[in-house]
Design a binder for this molecule. Structure first.
Ligand SMILES: Nc1nc2c(ncn2[C@@H]2O[C@H](COP(=O)(O)OP(=O)(O)O)[C@@H](O)[C@H]2O)c(=O)[nH]1
Ligand SMILES: [Mg+2]
Length: 373
């Protein structure tokens, strides 16, 4: 490396001299004002010995031209890429802005429609929205209450709310299909799969006196299976660990005498596609899959989770951490879109007691009353 020191009155001067001495590839290492009242600035510049000096006269003309062309080509490419990035972003922003504008307009429209209703119906509408129900859905509910029921059945807040609750319950799928022998608990990391499995294992084995075997496919985290091992030990239930298809089939065969097999799955992030693919291979269609989601999550996240796991064609939903939820209405849209029955709700961290059977009526109450007890 060649280093040179300059004392100059301004940086422009410095740049001219550095370029002249060290060529265009030189870099400035430091600039420092000289001590005292001196107007001079000390500039230290350097040039890597490996780089060619382009001091005029040192570089053959055609080589310099070639290098300039290369640099320009590179710049042109970058400008082109940047331009298409900006175009894409602008398009996206326009779409998003249009979408937000449209949503805002629709919301105003829905509020206006509601404002034309009797006061008690407006109150039900406001209540639904405050609980997290979308305006579109709330308007539809109120319109149905107003148009499809005799006036004397809906002329007070209480009567209207009761009908709203019934309509919500009617729109949700009830859990009347028979469950299967092998049940796998799937869902995002930390949603409560292992805890819920332990609660149900206790319920079926201790209360219902059913012979239960446990399998965990969660071998990704070092302590993952330990949590379930502890529960299995306390309940006196056998636990097998199976991280791939063959060992899973063996474990199921080991539990041939069991009435029910509960399967825990990894708590890794489900943004991880590889993890989902492996799990999909292990759980063949004969396994009943229960997707765990928590109404604590916002609407978008619930929708994304439902989408990510859609390839499992899950049979049932379990709502977790209901005790922590403050807006039960936000799950309504997603539950309705998913169209699968909710079989259980978990209501706390205590194993085994914090779990209860769910029903459309119970969920409708949650959505309208916005509290779970
Ligand atoms: N408040 C509350 N916490 C819960 C509930 N279910 C599970 N948890 C907690 O959520 C955390 C993650 O649970 P875990 O079963 O390990 O989740 P997994 O990663 O899906 O297996 C633990 O601290 C649990 O105690 C619930 O119903 N309510
Ligand atoms: Mg777990």
């Amino acid at each position: 490396m060649q280093i040179k020191r300059y004392e100059v009155t301004n940086m422009q001067d410095a740049m001219v001299r550095i370029k002249k001495d060290l060529g265009p590839d030189a870099i400035i290492i430091s600039t420092k004002k000289m001590p005292g009242r001196s107007p001079l600035v000390e500039v230290v510049a350097a040039r890597d010995e490996g780089t060619e000096t382009s001091v005029p006269g040192n570089t053959p003309y055609h080589k310099k031209e070639q290098r300039q062309d290369d640099v320009l080509d590179g710049l042109r490419r970058e400008i082109h890429e940047l331009k298409s990035c900006i175009d894409n972003l602008t398009q996206k922003c326009i779409h998003q802005r249009d979408f937000l504008d449209l949503r805002e307009t629709m919301n105003v429209l829905f509020d206006n429609i509601s404002a034309g209703n009797a006061v008690h119906l407006q109150e039900i509408y406001t209540r639904l929205i405050a609980n997290g129900v979308s305006r579109a859905r709330a308007v539809r509910l109120i319109e149905t209450i107003k148009n499809d029921f005799p006036r004397e059945d809906t002329d007070t807040y209480e009567k209207g709310a009761l009908i709203a609750e019934k309509l919500i319950a009617r729109s949700l799928v009830s859990d009347d299909k028979k469950g299967r022998r092998i049940k796998a608990f799937i869902g995002p990391a930390g949603v409560g799969k292992t805890t819920t499995l332990a609660k149900l294992a206790a319920y079926y084995s201790l209360e219902k006196k059913i012979k239960v075997g446990l399998i965990t496919t969660d071998t990704y985290r070092i302590a993952a299976s330990e949590q379930l091992k502890v529960y299995a030990k306390i309940m006196g239930l056998p636990l097998d660990i199976a991280s791939e298809k063959d060992s899973f089939v063996r474990s199921v065969a080991n539990f041939a005498q069991k009435d029910m097999i509960l399967v825990d799955t990894p708590g890794r992030s489900y943004k991880d596609d590889e993890c989902l693919r492996t799990l999909k291979k292990i759980l063949d269609p004969s396994v009943e899959t229960l997707l765990l989601i928590s109404p604590v999550s916002n609407n978008n996240y619930l929708r994304q989770t439902a989408d990510r796991f859609s390839s499992f064609n899950y049979d049932r939903i379990i709502l977790t951490k209901v005790d922590e939820c403050s807006h039960f209405g936000s799950m309504y849209d997603v539950l309705d879109e998913i169209g699968k029955p909710v079989s259980y709700m978990t209501t706390g961290q205590n194993v085994p007691k914090d779990i209860e059977k769910a029903s459309p009526e119970r969920i409708a109450k949650l959505i309208l009353q916005n509290r779970f007890n």
